[in-house]
Ligand binder design. Structure first.
Ligand code: FES
Length: 114
């Protein structure tokens, strides 16, 4: 795990995109829940951090498929494969990002850097 940012710097209703490979988004819902998902939609190269978050789902800003923040599963095409999700914890006021051994479901043409 590594630290993303202090919890006090991510207000409810906002998302923080981390410049990792692949990018990760930490979301703080209006209800006060925290989630971490891969930022890139599994359909095309669209940043999920820029979409709406509602009912524990992140809506893709490009074609509106919604990914569950808990499981990563998508509700409808055009995205079909689940976005990778991670465990999130807060330790001493710092949002901690968990590593994942699972392969990301990146869209065609997008590859990991480094
Ligand atoms: S890019 Fe996300 S649904 Fe198409």
């Amino acid at each position: 795990m590594h630290g993303a940012c202090p919890l006090t710097q991510l207000a409810r209703g906002y998302a923080l995109r981390l410049d990792t490979s692949p990018p990760i988004t930490v979301l703080h819902t209006e209800e006060g829940e925290l989630f971490e998902i891969d930022d890139t939609c599994t359909h095309q190269d669209a940043p999920l951090a820029d979409g709406r978050v509602e009912n524990r789902e992140a809506e893709c800003p490009l074609h509106a498929s919604k990914s569950s923040l808990r499981t990563g599963e998508v509700d409808q095409p055009p995205a079909k494969r689940p976005v990778r999700v991670r465990e999130v914890t807060v330790v001493d006021g710092i949002i901690m990002v968990a590593e994942s051994d699972a392969a990301p479901n990146l869209p065609p043409g997008i590859s990991l850097v480094g």
